[in-house]
Design a protein. Sequence first.
Length: 452
Amino acid sequence: MKKSPLLILFTTVFLDLLGFGLILPLLPVYIQHYGGTPQVGGFLLASFSCMQFIFSPIWGRASDKYGRRPLILMSLIGSAISYFMFGSAPNLAWLFGARVAAGILTAASLPASYAYIADVTSPEKRAGGMAMIGAAFGLGFAFGPWLGGVLSKYSIFGHPALATPSYFAAGLALIAFVWAFFMLPESHHNRHSSHEDKGLLEVFPTIARSLRRSDVGAQLTVFAFATFAFTAVESSFSWLVILRFHSVLTAQAAKLWNSMHPDQLFSTLTVAAQKSLIETAQTAATSKIFGIVGITILIVQVAVMRGLARKIGENRLVMLGSVLLTCTLIGIAIAPTLPLIWVLSAMIAVGNGVMNPSLGALITHAAGPKDRGSLTGAQQGLGSLARIIAPPINNTLVGVNSAIPFVSSSALMAIAFFLSLRLKPLPHTDKNEPAPPAGMPMDDATAEPVHP
């Protein structure tokens, strides 16, 4: 039986994002290991996003011109290279170089994947197809942080144990590349771009043109505000846990050590040994939070793929997600305990899980097959612009007071909610939508749970 191209795409994206989930909760520990601060962490995230901002629209147009498959393959091999560089980094400068390389080489992943899904799904199943990417994120976040926490306890080939998750992530990306190279067919066969390619000079004009479009400008504006707001979660959540609950995590580390070593109390250890144990507790706490987020997103994305968007409407799901995120961000700003943070993490995942695939479906529906890559590239460029500007600001503010980034992000998400009231529902019977290319049948499984 011929394998579904959507199932193959899901598998490749899952393997790639599992690698990302492996190292994400460890980023603050990495930065502290090399003597960095939350502000340095913000600039590290911004360096990656700066490259994504520049190259996402370019790779999006390239996927219209040359096909989706070559861009997906480039992104996967780029992930393998950048994860290896990250794991072997001897200092902060090398760490920054690895993230810059990752931003350039992996910027094609989401634009090409979203355009691929739009190529092979009908309008009524498009949100379900977009939710596959969210489900891959969910699986990566559900299993990656836990696996990264386990792997970070072991050293390989004499390298520091902290580097082991990065090397494992590089291996996963390489496996995904080989899998996609042999199994993933091309979805886009009418290969020409509707825009003249002007390279880097086209980045801002491409985004500006898309925002001015009457059929998609409102959706992209909501996406811009929501993404700016959500960067507080992406860039500052781990730092909030580490900074706000430092005494709690220190007590947990001491209690665990004392229970296992009653003859040598935590207080008698060297400062370096105590710091190492505290970092282990910090890694466990942040990994648990990202695991909760991943599992919840997975559940929500399955609901979307089962037809939730068709029953409720993509525009209403965007409204629901944005108002839920507005309230949850306020909750995170004032949460006094870790168990409450765990609950709010799940609520963040629900809001994000229903909003993102619905927005993606509304945006890609506005484009014809010839310029879907350009439009999704502009969308990801907007997202990258938000992630260039916001992380240095958020991570500076979280060092002043851990509540500030989340209060300000709640205000931005509230604006996104009011803007979402203008969105129109997605028509689910579009007679003008072209059929999938020959040999690329629409997959009925987009309305069902997808398992690799």
